[in-house]
Design a protein around this ligand. Structure first.
Ligand code: SAM
Ligand code: SF4
Length: 382
């Protein structure tokens, strides 16, 4: 029997000042001001259609991601969150995150986000060095990156994340560590430290920049982890590091195979129905204008599909094995409705070969398994 998992809300804002050459997110250059109020209305109509599937449940976390949600004014974000609260119960202690680009950081705006109920900012810094920032096509420079963290704190965000990338074109391990040290010096509660990847359908994929050698990237990752640990940032997921008590609750719910409604252009959702014992995945039309045009016509706005029983184990593992702590064996049953033995004989093989380990009722990757996570997951593909 499936248990009812915690419920989150993901809200996608699909516009950016311009498109970064490495980015494959559903983000579109805004020609002029984005249509804030019609988009907020479309998001709320989208929410209303999703609500019957989660009747009586409370939203534990909200993540307003992008694109660049900080392009929107505080009034629009205020109207959005008020509209959400008017339609669904939001926990008093809910974590409410908004992604911000340092190039769109303003003190009045950040204060307005805080007043609207946002209690966590995630700031896309990527690097503090002028040359890498230029090559990444970022709209901000070093000073703006430094200032964004100060503005966040001044606006009352004592809980904020900085996104940094490493393995940047021609970056040396020392330069990556220098960026990390600068970020740590700003005192965020959380740091996301992503290796730059060349994603299909991006400019960087078509015209690859000169990336550092594998050994150098490996050194950045290893020494970065050590530096973060020295300063109290504990790695709990492949790219996520948090101070004690500041792991991202929203992302943890994804990785623990919790439920989430996905609102907005291109947003994905996952909802469990314990009565029928089914899990459904939902998605919304990707292009912002098409999404807006289809508002009010659910059949045009997206799709939904039941996750088949034999797809569940891999889907669960793909998320849960990203966590350093792995997962409680009991959670596997609660979230998939299947006994953990269904993973046999592959599970025993991975335990025997030293990819996975079992400890205190938890299954998780060993150090080696974690470094070759894709290979471990491959083993569980049908
Ligand atoms: C949706 S963006 C964050 C907010 C905002 N749009 C920004 O860029 O400032 C999420 C994060 O994913 C990371 N990211 C995006 N594309 C990436 C790539 N190709 N490789 C590694 N990390 C990437 C960046 O650190 C980025 O801040
Ligand atoms: S600002 Fe963020 S979401 Fe927008 S294109 Fe750049 S990386 Fe992608």
């Amino acid at each position: 029997m499936l248990a009812i998992p915690p419920l989150s809300l993901y809200i996608h804002i699909p516009w950016c000042v311009r498109k970064c050459p490495y980015c494959d997110f559903n983000s579109h250059r805004a020609d002029g001001a984005p249509p804030e109020s019609s988009y907020v209305n479309a998001l709320l109509a989208d929410l209303e259609r999703e609500l019957p599937a989660v009747a009586g449940r409370t939203v534990e976390t909200i993540f307003i991601g992008g694109g660049t949600p900080s392009l929107f004014g505080a009034d629009a974000i205020g109207a959005l969150l008020a509209g959400v609260r008017a339609r669904v119960e939001v926990a008093e202690e809910a974590e409410i995150t908004l992604e911000a680009n340092p190039g769109t950081a303003e003190s009045g705006k950040f204060r307005g986000f805080r007043e609207a109920g946002v209690n966590r900012l995630s700031i896309g810094v990527q690097s503090f060095e002028p040359e890498p920032l230029r090559r990444l096509g970022r709209i901000h420079g070093r000073e703006e990156a430094l200032r964004a963290a100060d503005l966040a704190r001044e606006a009352g965000f004592d809980n904020f994340n900085l996104d940094l990338m490493f393995g940047l074109p021609e970056q040396s391990p020392d330069q990556a560590l220098e960026d990390l040290q600068t970020a740590i010096g700003l005192g965020p509660t959380h740091l996301s430290f992503y290796q730059l990847t060349l994603e299909p359908n991006t400019l960087f994929h078509k015209y690859p920049p000169p990336l550092p050698e594998d050994d150098a990237i490996w050194a950045m990752q290893r020494e970065g982890q050590a530096r973060l640990a020295e300063h109290g940032y504990c790695q709990y997921e492949v790219s996520a590091y948090g101070q004690e008590g500041f792991r991202c609750r929203h992302n943890l719910n994804y990785w623990r195979f919790g439920d989430y409604l996905g609102l907005g252009a291109g947003a994905h959702g996952k909802v469990t129905d314990p009565k029928t014992g089914t899990i459904t995945r939902t998605w919304k039309i990707k292009h912002p204008q098409h999404y807006l045009d289809a508002a009010g016509q659910p059949e045009r706005q997206g799709g939904r599909k039941k996750v088949e029983r034999d797809e569940l184990p891999f889907e669960f593992l793909m998320n849960a094995l990203r966590l350093r702590e792995g997962f409680a064996e009991a959670l596997f049953f609660e979230r998939t409705g299947l006994p953990v033995e269904i993973l046999e004989p592959k599970l025993s093989a991975c335990l025997d070969e030293g990819w996975l380990e079992r400890r205190n009722g938890f299954l998780r990757c060993t150090e080696t398994g974690y470094n070759f996570l894709d290979n471990v997951l491959q083993r569980f593909l049908r």
